[in-house]
Design a protein around this ligand. Structure first.
Ligand SMILES: [Fe+2]
Length: 280
C-alpha cells in the first residue's frame, strides 16, 4: 500500500517515508492558508465540512492523498499492521472487524469541544471514520505529552513542511515512554524516546493505546510555520479504557505535582494552556 517501517517501541507506530511520489508531492497546490479559529488544535485548523475544506481536497495532489487515506482499503491495511497490538493493548474491537462508515461520519468542531471522550455511547466501537485536518502552527505551539481522545484508534501526522526550509529548530514529533506508567491514559513522568523531524512528504501513524504518549517537542525557533495534516482512524465510542489508579499511585502523583515534576504539572495541550478543552 505505502512504504512503511513498523516499530513497537516505545509504542506501536508506522513511519511513512514517502506519502506520494516526490514529483507528485511537489505539484501539490500551496498548503491552505488557514485563519485563526476557536476550538481547534493549533488555533489554525481546517476540518472536514467547514468552508473551504472541499475545495482543498479536490485540488490535484491533495485529492490523491485524501482519497487514499480515507479509503476502506487503506484503513483496513493500517489496522492490519496493528492487529496484534490492538489485541495486546485491549482495543474494544479486533482489526479484522473494522468497518469504515459510509457515508462518513462528520465530527464537527462543536462535537469535539462538547464530548471529547465519547460521541455516542451506544455506537458499535468498530464503526469507524477518519479525520484529515489541515493544521498550521507557529512558535507559540506548546510542547506537551498526551494521548489523543480514547475514541481514536490511530492518530498520525502527515508533514507538509520541512524543518530546514521553515527555519525551525525543535518541533519534532516525539514519542515518549512514561517512567511512572499507570495505565490511566495520563503521562506522569514521560521521557522522549524517538523523534521524527518535520520533513515534508513523510508521516507517522501511531496506535493511540494507553502507552501511545506523543507530542511535539518545544519549537525553539521558527521563521516559517509547521504545517501538517492530523490524521485519525476513529470511533464514535471509546475504544481504549483507562485503568483506575490505586491509592498508592494517587498519593505519589500528588507529591510529584507539588514538586512541579512530570507532565502532570503542565498543560496537556496547546488548547488547555490557553482555554479549557482538549480536542484531538
Ligand atoms: Fe495528539
Amino acid at each position: 500500500m505505502l512504504d512503511h517501517i513498523y516499530s513497537s517501541s516505545p509504542s506501536p507506530h508506522l513511519y511513512l517515508p514517502r506519502l506520494l511520489d516526490p514529483e507528485a508531492f511537489k505539484k501539490l497546490a500551496p498548503f491552505p492558508d488557514i485563519k485563526v479559529r476557536a476550538m481547534g488544535r493549533s488555533g489554525r485548523d481546517l476540518f472536514m465540512g467547514e468552508p473551504g475544506y472541499d475545495e482543498v481536497i479536490h485540488r490535484d495532489g491533495y485529492s490523491d492523498l485524501y482519497n487514499l487515506f480515507t479509503s476502506a482499503e487503506f484503513v483496513s491495511w493500517v489496522l492490519s499492521k496493528f492487529a496484534d497490538d490492538m489485541h495486546r493493548y485491549g482495543c474494544a474491537f479486533a482489526a479484522k472487524d473494522a468497518k469504515l462508515m459510509n457515508p462518513p461520519f462528520l465530527e464537527t468542531r462543536e462535537a469535539l469541544e462538547h464530548a471529547p471522550n465519547v460521541l455516542d455511547e451506544k455506537a458499535p466501537a468498530n464503526e469507524l471514520f477518519n479525520r484529515f485536518d489541515f493544521t498550521i502552527a507557529r512558535g507559540n505551539y506548546t510542547s506537551y505529552v498526551h494521548l489523543d481522545s480514547p475514541r481514536r484508534v490511530i492518530g498520525g501526522l502527515l508533514f507538509f513542511s520541512d524543518a530546514e526550509e521553515e527555519g525551525m529548530a525543535g518541533g519534532e514529533f516525539t514519542l515518549y515512554r512514561d517512567l511512572l506508567f499507570a495505565n490511566d491514559r495520563s503521562a506522569h513522568l514521560p521521557i522522549p524516546v524517538k523523534k521524527f523531524p518535520m520533513r515534508k512528504n513523510t508521516g507517522v501513524l501511531f496506535l493511540n493505546c494507553n502507552v501511545g504518549f506523543h507530542g511535539p517537542s518545544r519549537i525553539r525557533s521558527i521563521k516559517g510555520t509547521r504545517k501538517w495534516v492530523y490524521y485519525s482512524i476513529s470511533s464514535r465510542n471509546q475504544v481504549w479504557q483507562p485503568h483506575r489508579l490505586n491509592a498508592f499511585y494517587r498519593a505519589g502523583l500528588k507529591v510529584l505535582r507539588k514538586l512541579g515534576m512530570g507532565a502532570a504539572s503542565g498543560p496537556r495541550s496547546k488548547l488547555e494552556a490557553d482555554v479549557p478543552g482538549h480536542s484531538q
